[in-house]
Design a protein around this ligand. Structure first.
Ligand code: OAD
Length: 255
């Protein structure tokens, strides 16, 4: 077995409080494109960075809501892969022996929920839920395409011309306060931090591992490519999370 996996398995076996941060890479093996990959089909000429902003929504809510609805349907159709499943197993094995596990995710696809993870902090919200632009009421649309773009919010449509927008964090927006508080508390007390399938360039998520390291936590990265944090972590596992994570969980909790 890879010597980095063996070393991380040993750290995991002895850890009492583990924080895992995931990014789009963990869902790549479920068939969902990562944020920085080019888009396909109808959307191939659009840059995600220009659609995921409040300015884009103000300028063209029809286009932005159509794009998010297309992505929502893709997420609903996707299944968790062995990487997601291994993280759910890691949590239950740690909890069974009184340990603590917190999963911070930048992903909006809800695949960690589908895989059975429980203590999840959604840093960037969820694409599966939408919310009223006037009163903030949340709604979970069904598995078919929304009937109208931009979608009217039934709660406030008549009186205030409310629209439904995806319940995600756009560039330039604040992260949800409860998510920030839960993440800070977990990072402040962890003894092992794993960063998985993220390019580690979007703040504040990218800084959590540096903060954990400064506090003395051991740090791990699992990614198919080097990132800005690769040289600073204790162990860098270069490979697919859907392969590395099941190996790691097997090695840490065997027997
Ligand atoms: P990115 O698309 O920036 O990065 C995905 C990372 O996953 C890259 O570093 C890839 O090398 C890695 N990767 C790809 N396949 C992998 C696999 N099978 N196993 C392991 N790693 C793999 O996605 P994020 O880092 O999640 O924010 O992006 C962070 C945030 O930036 C997103 O949440 C989104 C985006 O702009 C907002 O929308 C606010």
């Amino acid at each position: 077995m890879d010597s980095a996996i063996e070393a991380v398995a040993e750290a995991l076996a002895g850890a009492t409080s583990v924080v895992v941060l995931t990014g789009a890479g963990i869902s790549a093996e479920s068939g969902l494109r990562t944020f920085r990959e080019t888009m396909e089909g109808l959307w191939k000429d659009f840059d995600p960075m220009t659609l995921a902003t409040p300015e884009a929504w103000e300028a063209d809510p029809e286009k932005v809501s159509r794009w998010y609805d297309w992505r929502r349907l893709g997420c609903l159709a996707a299944d968790p892969n062995p990487g997601h499943v291994a993280l759910a197993q890691m949590e239950s094995r740690l909890n069974a022996r009184g340990g603590r596990f917190t999963l911070l995710t930048q992903n909006v696809d809800r695949l960690h929920h589908k895989a059975g993870s429980r203590n999840i902090v959604e840093l960037h919200g969820s694409i599966i839920q939408w919310r009223c632009t006037v009163c903030g009421a949340k709604t979970t649309p069904g598995p078919e395409s929304l009937p109208k773009f931009p979608p009217p919010a039934t709660c406030c449509a008549a009186s205030h011309r409310g629209l439904l927008r995806p319940d995600v964090v756009w560039f330039g927006e604040m992260l949800p306060e409860e998510a920030l508080a839960a993440a800070s508390e977990a990072v402040a007390t962890c003894d092992l931090f794993l960063s998985i399938g993220t390019s580690s360039i979007v703040q504040p998520a990218a800084s959590y591992i540096l903060w954990a390291a400064r506090r003395g936590a051991e740090t791990v990265e699992i990614n198919t490519e080097p990132t800005p944090i690769s040289d600073t972590v204790d162990w860098s596992i270069m490979g697919k999370s859907g392969e590395a994570l099941p190996n790691l969980v097997r090695a840490a909790f065997a027997g």
